[in-house]
Design a protein around this ligand. Structure first.
Ligand code: PLP
Length: 416
């Protein structure tokens, strides 16, 4: 029963340093968030010790009576949260959920139609080196000149290629997708519609983004992005039509024992996500992203070649377009890091710079909203970012402003 700091000071020191990093800098990676202490507490419980292959009430191991309770709570809560008739809370990650979902509704060699990675799609939607790109025949759709998903192209490619599955979802896209239109196109060509809502699930839970569940055959998500829970994945469906196939794709198809400690933490996060506080937080997330987009299209930003893809945002992130800036994505990411703001560089559609450099930034507001940031705080952050992207920026004074914001909204004050 030796505590971590005594048993393994090396690991403990790195964990402490990471806590300090999270507390003292501004986290604006769009796919990150801060899990509540109760979620981390659930994840750090004895449930990690339990084997529970199978599903609640139908396990391959004895002694599952308590993990059956937590897993069933997670299932019931997430079904309620999103209005789904089916839920599987076992996928270890978003990528695992996607793998199981795809193999449940399609066979290797089938054609899938998804958003191009370079235009905001995810690796699991058909990237060449991913299982999806290696085992399926991939056709990709794109965004148009205005930065919006080109639904005319989706329809044309669907008719030309008769995909088994159409994938709607993204990792870097600042607008709502038209789920009804995706459904119409899928029906027209006899395809299944799979929506990957990993990024915007928290907004959906709060009722601040269209819910894909009524439109899609299968919906997957992560639980750790806007949804704000532990790192993990889920699969949902509006009906039980694919329940057997989805369950058996997860276990025994791709996974063995579920991570019951993580599933308990998911259950806690679904309770949080059903609350009024969560809704208010998601509203601040959206307000923060809108404030940032509005700041980065002002004349002083435009004058140094900074712009915003699609001209704004309807979600929790802003895609900064640096094609006309002297700074490339890497340099811009480094500059913001220097002043204490963490973001990631991101390719823009038809990016002239190589993928390791890029001409864009993806900047998200979920983690700062969780920290308690209000509109005036987001205005200050937006201003710091706009200043940092100008030539001759003053790193020291911007860093002081970042530290003042971090101090104003302490993160995990009880943790040391
Ligand atoms: N799907 C989308 C749309 C994502 O953006 C991501 C992660 O970035 C994933 C799936 C994969 O999630 P994970 O990293 O948990 O495997």
């Amino acid at each position: 029963n030796t505590p971590l700091h005594e048993l393994d000071p090396d690991v403990a020191a790195a964990v402490d340093a990471e806590l300090h990093r999270q507390q003292s800098t501004l986290e604006m990676i769009a796919s990150e968030n801060f899990a509540p202490v109760a979620v981390m507490e659930a994840q750090g419980t004895v449930l990690t010790n339990k084997y529970a292959e199978g599903y609640p009430g139908r396990r391959y191991y004895g002694g599952c009576e308590h993990v059956d309770v937590t897993e069933q709570i997670a299932i019931d809560r997430v079904k309620d949260l999103f209005g789904a008739e089916y839920a599987n809370v076992q996928p270890h990650s978003g990528a695992s959920a996607n793998q199981a979902a795809l193999f449940a509704i399609a066979q290797p060699g089938d054609t899938i139609l998804g958003l191009d990675l370079a235009h905001g799609g995810h690796l699991t939607h058909g990237m060449r080196l991913n299982f999806s790109g290696k085992q399926f025949n991939v056709v990709a759709y794109h965004v148009d000149e205005a930065g919006l998903v080109d639904m005319a192209e989706v329809e044309r490619l669907a008719k030309e290629n008769n995909p088994k599955v159409i994938i709607a979802g993204w990792s870097a896209y600042p607008r709502h997708l038209d789920f009804a239109e995706f459904r119409r196109i899928a029906d027209e060509v006899g395809a299944y519609l799979w929506v990957d809502m990993a990024h915007f699930a928290g907004l959906v839970a709060a009722g601040l983004h269209p819910n894909p569940v009524p439109f899609a055959d299968v919906v997957t998500s992560t639980t750790h992005k806007t949804l704000g829970g532990p790192r993990g994945g889920i699969i949902l469906a509006r009906s039980k039509e694919f329940a057997k196939k989805l369950n058996s794709a997860v276990f025994p198809g791709f996974q063995g024992g579920p991570l019951e400690h993580v599933i308990a933490a998911k259950a806690v996060s679904f309770k949080v996500a059903a609350s009024d506080d969560f809704k208010e937080r998601q509203q601040r997330t959206l307000d923060g992203a809108r404030i940032l987009a509005e700041r980065l299209v002002q004349d002083d930003a435009k004058a140094v070649g900074v712009d915003v893809l699609s001209g704004g945002t309807e979600v929790h992130l802003v895609l900064v377009d640096l094609r006309n800036s002297e700074l490339d994505g890497q340099q811009a990411e480094d500059r913001l890091h220097e002043v204490g703001i963490t973001v990631n560089r991101n390719a823009v559609p038809n990016d002239p710079r190589p993928p390791m450099v890029t001409s864009g930034l993806r900047i998200g507001t979920p983690a700062l909203a969780t920290r308690g940031f209000q509109e005036d705080d987001f205005r200050e952050v937006a201003d710091i970012i706009a200043e940092a992207l100008k030539p001759g920026f003053d790193a020291a004074s911007l860093k002081t402003r970042v530290t003042a914001l971090a101090d104003k909204h302490p993160l995990y004050p009880g943790l040391k």
